[in-house]
Design a protein around this ligand. Structure first.
Ligand code: ADP
Ligand code: ZN
Ligand code: ZN
Length: 743
């Protein structure tokens, strides 16, 4: 008799152990199979972890597996190993980890494959026609099939009552009717993409040489390549080498950059050997792409975060493009970092982890430093020039304080207006960029650039219009906005707030005969409008594109020669310890949009704080200088990556309930940290009202835990997740790790 150990697909920590079942005679079961099993009084689903000829459980008590789900194993054996890694690292159940790996539709059999009937001639045409002689409908069908099989639905378009005619022909033995699987392929456009690999530049070849050395043994790399240095061609070459060895590859791209353009790029090169996985696919499309990968029909996967689990057999590389993006962190349990999962998956399959960026995250770049422990080490690969001798765009900072002093109260500086005019007369395109998130805004002196910051926290205070107060989102201290600038006594101190709409209007006023397009959350709400706007701009249907950070990411517009950053200070002054990093990244990325083809690019950055190191370094495109300044600041202020900030937020319409829950949970947390000897990793545990005490009619309390990243952050976060899972009447509990904006 054979036995299977099964992880049951139920949400309960107490059931997080393998249950043994009998494998019925005649049913072939392998590890990774999804099965239906009796559990208590019902039938549920589970994942087979192991199979064996013997068991130490009393056989008399065991029940047999009811059925197998699908023909093939749903989870590859190596992914089973990855799941147990996740279970340990993120303190989730095996079922949680496995569930994260497969499309939701696979479970509970919600999506079925789509098949259709197809008719095919099995006799020579003349003989078939002879058999059909007295029925014109049948004769028509025979001639329709004479140059190949057709679907019944197609035949119905030619002949009315096609299905009964086909049935009759099948009965006479003239044709055969079979089921054909239909693949729901997401649409791809190869438009404007060459199907040929260009000859690699010297920089690209050097990088490939390093990667080639690791092709069989595996390795971890960070590719720091300036914008336009041709990182994608490096990825493509690496994938080609792997395909030759019979291996596959996964390319992760931030969801927002996963445009038809990016997908088309890979499709043009790899054809149907490539598959795409992202959240905008319909559930049917997603399921079918997953199946194509699982069957080995597609071996190059490009997708968003969850594609790190794509069932590619023997993957030789996982490439993570724009690795600095926050998009690689899962926001729900299990809270995994796709970069860590990819690293482990590549360790298991002796493959290459390749992180790529023009602006690597501080934490990844730190891992290329000499003193890093070998298991965390990333090998640095560098491409510091653009391809084909193209110049980096010329950047200029415009001091908006001087503009005001010279009597210009508008949102565009003289320099930007002039550059726009030159660009338009030259028949080129321009992009105007502003980053304005939500309603948070800050108070800024337009005469001297002074910004109101919290005295205790050194982060920008946020202006709350409804209460007319400045609030520190880190420590909740408040103050009235000043009437005159404390530094220069100017009365031009006010809250900052030029949005995309305003910029669009101003641009239209300035260039009434030019076409201006706007791209932000408001204009891209519909499913494909994001792609539509970009396509229209690429086709030259507009001269100026105004947008938020959405226009900054990985887009390649050959005709854009001017990029204007209308207000660099909007990101710089966000109440967030990452604001300098974000600003540096955004400016480098948007600047990278200019001059990507043959005409050189120009970048104009408007700011009230031209002396800030993030802007100075971005201006000179000096990533290393930025890195060193930023790391010193993080170390000094005990900010990530040296520490991790985790926050539990308690909201309730009943303030007393929320407050009580927060303080009880804080005590419980301290106790469990002490019991599990985790306290040495924890810097502080603070509870109290959240910086914004009331939001949308709810009272808010929080527990803020700061911990050393080098310790055991997962163990500490695991305890906090236990709190998050608690069911407390009337109280909603949410956990956030390194929250971007604490309010
Ligand atoms: P990055 O991602 O590093 O910003 P891309 O991969 O988008 O850069 O490449 C920038 C441009 O250079 C693209 O238009 C690409 O087709 C082109 N390119 C890249 N490598 C080469 C090469 N070896 N020869 C010619 N053109 C190249
Ligand atoms: Zn001032
Ligand atoms: Zn403060």
């Amino acid at each position: 008799m054979r036995f299977a150990k099964v992880a049951v697909d139920l949400n309960a920590q107490a059931l997080d152990r393998p249950f043994t079942y009998i494998i019925p005679e005649g049913l072939e079961i392998r590890p990774g199979d999804m099965v239906r099993i009796p559990f208590g009084h019902r039938t549920i689903e589970g994942f087979v972890l192991e199979t064996d000829d013997e068991t130490d459980v009393d056989e008399g008590k065991l029940k047999p597996i009811s059925a197998k789900v699908g023909d093939e194993s749903i989870i590859l054996p190596e992914l089973l190993e990855l799941a147990s890694f996740m279970r340990q690292k993120y303190l989730c159940t095996m079922a949680d980890a496995l569930r994260a790996m497969i499309p939701a539709q696979m479970r509970m059999g919600r999506v079925r494959e789509k098949s259709q009937k197809e008719a095919r001639l099995i006799l020579p045409v003349e003989e078939a026609l002879a058999l059909a002689s007295r029925a014109p409908a049948q004769a028509k069908i025979v001639s329709a099939l004479s140059n190949g099989a057709k679907l019944l639905t197609e035949l119905s378009d030619i002949v009315p009552a096609a299905s009964s005619a086909c049935a009759a022909l099948a009965k006479k033995g003239a044709i055969e009717i079979n089921e054909r699987m239909l693949r729901r392929r997401p649409p791809v456009s190869d438009a404007g993409r060459s199907a040929f690999d260009p000859e690699l530049t010297q920089d690209q070849q050097n990088v490939i040489a390093s990667l080639t050395d690791a092709l069989d043994t595996g390795g971890r790399f960070l590719l720091y390549g300036v914008t336009g240095s041709g990182k994608t061609e490096v990825y493509i070459k690496l994938i080609r080498m792997l395909l030759e060895k019979g291996r596959g590859a996964i390319v992760l791209v931030p969801e927002i950059a996963l445009t038809p353009q990016t997908v088309g790029w890979f499709h043009a090169r790899f054809g149907d050997l490539s598959a795409v996985i992202h959240s905008r696919l319909s559930s049917g499309e997603r399921y079918d792409e997953w199946q194509r990968i699982r069957r080995g029909e597609a071996r190059v996967v490009i997708g968003a975060r969850s594609a790190v689990f794509a069932p590619v057999e023997n993957p030789g590389a996982i490439i993570i493009d724009e690795e600095h993006e926050g998009a690689y962190l899962s926001e729900k349990h299990p809270r995994y970092d796709a970069r860590d999962i990819a690293a482990e998956r590549m360790r298991l399959s002796k493959g290459i982890l390749l992180l790529g960026s023009a602006t690597p995250s501080i934490s990844s770049f730190m891992r290329t430093m000499p003193k890093i422990r070998p298991e965390n080490k990333l090998t640095l690969l560098e491409m510091d020039k653009r391809v084909l001798g193209r110049e980096m765009p010329a950047c200029e900072l415009v001091d908006m304080r001087l503009e005001l002093a010279n009597g210009n109260k508008g949102i565009f500086s003289g320099a930007l207006v002039k550059a726009l005019k030159d660009c338009m007369t030259g028949g080129k395109q321009a992009m105007l960029f502003i980053n304005r998130r939500g309603h948070s805004t800050f108070v800024n002196c337009r005469a001297c650039g002074y910004v109101v910051k919290c005295e205790k926290c050194d982060v920008t205070m946020t202006y709350h219009q409804n209460r007319e107060m400045l609030v520190c989102h880190y420590c909740a201290s408040e103050q009235r906005p000043p009437e005159v600038c404390p530094k220069c006594k100017s009365r031009f101190i006010k809250y900052f707030g030029a949005g995309t709409q305003r910029i669009e209007e101003e641009a239209k006023k300035l260039f009434p005969d030019r076409r201006v397009l706007r791209m932000d959350m408001d204009t891209t709400a519909a499913k494909d409008s994001h792609a539509d706007i970009l396509d229209a701009f690429r086709r030259g249907e507009a001269d100026i594109l105004v947008g938020t950070q959405m226009i900054a990411k990985g887009l390649d517009f050959p005709n854009v020669t001017l990029v204007g950053v209308v207000a660099a200070d909007t990101t710089l002054n966000l109440p967030d310890y990452r604001s300098a990093e974000r600003t540096f990244q955004l400016i480098t990325q948007v600047a990278g949009r200019a001059g990507r083809a043959d005409s050189p690019g120009r970048v104009i950055i408007q700011t009230y704080t031209p002396e800030h190191y993030a802007l100075q370094c971005a201006l000179k495109q000096d990533y290393r200088a930025f890195y060193h300044t930023e790391v010193a600041y993080r170390r000094r202020s005990l900010y990530p990556p040296y520490t991790t900030i985790a926050r539990l937020l308690f909201s309730s319409e009943d303030g007393e309930c929320a407050g009580k829950a927060a303080s009880e949970c804080a005590d419980e947390l301290r106790q469990s940290f002490a019991d599990k000897r985790l306290m040495q990793h924890v810097l502080s545990v603070q509870e109290g009202q959240a910086p914004i005490k009331r939001l949308k009619g709810e009272e808010r309390y929080e527990i803020l835990v700061k911990l050393y990243t080098a310790g055991e952050p997962e163990a500490v976060i695991g305890e906090m997740e236990n709190i998050e899972r608690k069911q407390i009447d009337n109280v909603r509990i949410e956990l956030e790790i390194n929250p971007a904006n604490m309010f």
